[in-house]
Write a protein that binds this ligand. Structure first.
Ligand SMILES: Nc1ncnc2c1ncn2[C@@H]1O[C@H](COP(=O)(O)OP(=O)(O)OP(=O)(O)O)[C@@H](O)[C@H]1O
Ligand SMILES: [Mg+2]
Length: 291
């Protein structure tokens, strides 16, 4: 079964819902058109029959799901089931892997990101990414965040103000305020990861993709990242891969369960997945019987 449950349907996922420049969202429309009750939320990302291949090997099988705006969607499942592959297909990071090939649609505000007229660099401006291992540049804390603005051509005007805002949103400013000129590499692992989050949010994206952002961190640093993810969802859409079931249960609104063979087996509200999943294999997985 390919579950499509829980993903709220929206009236307008067609191209006509877009306005202005490519991928500019029109939040006023979503504000005016709440659908289906108090927790209804617009779909911002939608995959339709998405297949991904590495050479002859198929890593994802016909994935269809709708990811709601300004919520946290967790992707869970055993190693090798395609979580990172799916995450990378959202902002076309798979383009950077020679043998990777994508079929089907991945729509952002209703527009297929694999259409020929889509510029992947512009796409990644809107859909930022944070990786498992913190990867700050060997530059100052300030320059790490300012870099995010400069590559995106957003360094006009108040760079310092924007850097400070990004550090504040990433819950790091208080700790580094007096050492903005020190190297980002001198920070602790948890601080480095928050610095990378600051770098990702500095250009003001709409979506932040996170691939196991806390798995290399100690429990205290992990809990800071978890708190931060929940806060970020007030402003951004967060899609997060995690191996940690408790983490998914704590911080996400929706959970997608991928199982071996690159299939999406169940996708629903996080409470439902953890308390009363439809699929027996999902139940076995989340209760630790395999994986
Ligand atoms: N660059 C690549 N080249 C070839 N095959 C790849 C590549 N990246 C991933 N794969 C294969 O695609 C499948 C899915 O891998 P993926 O990394 O997406 O899984 P995952 O769910 O993120 O696993 P993990 O939990 O271990 O990170 C695996 O069989 C993997 O070997
Ligand atoms: Mg992975």
């Amino acid at each position: 079964m390919t579950a499509n449950g829980g993903g709220p349907r929206t009236v307008s996922t067609s191209e006509s819902s877009r306005s202005g420049s490519e991928f500019e969202s029109d939040r006023s429309v979503s504000d005016e058109a709440p659908l289906g009750g108090p927790d209804a939320s617009e779909t911002i990302l939608e995959s339709r029959d998405l297949d991904v291949f590495y050479g002859d090997e198929q890593a994802l099988q016909s994935i269809s799901m709708e990811i709601p705006e300004q919520q946290v969607t967790a992707l869970i499942g055993p190693s090798g089931c395609g979580k990172s592959t799916f995450l990378r297909s959202i902002n076309r990071m798979n383009d950077l892997i020679d043998v990777a090939r994508v079929e089907g649609d991945l729509r952002f505000h209703g527009k297929n990101v694999y259409d020929e007229d889509v510029d992947p660099v512009a796409l990644r401006r809107k859909i930022g990414m944070v990786f498992q291992k913190p990867n700050p540049f060997p530059k100052s804390i300030f320059e790490n965040v300012a870099y995010g603005l400069r590559v995106q051509g957003k360094d006009d005007g108040d760079v310092e103000g924007k850097v400070r805002t990004a550090l504040e949103r990433a819950a790091l400013l208080d700790e580094v305020e007096d050492q903005l000129d020190s190297s980002g590499l001198d920070l602790s692992g948890g601080q480095q990861q928050r610095l990378c989050i600051a770098r990702a949010i500095a250009p003001d994206p709409e979506v932040i993709l996170m691939d196991e952002p806390a798995s290399a961190l100690d429990p205290v640093a992990t809990s800071k990242i978890e708190d931060l993810v929940e806060e970020l969802a007030e402003e951004y859409t967060v899609v997060i891969v995690t191996h940690n079931m408790q983490q998914a249960a704590r911080i996400s609104d929706k959970t997608a369960v991928f199982l071996t063979g690159g299939r999406l087996v169940e996708f629903d509200n996080t409470n439902k997945i953890f308390e009363n999943p439809e699929n027996e294999r999902v139940e076995d997985y989340i209760t630790g019987k395999f994986g």
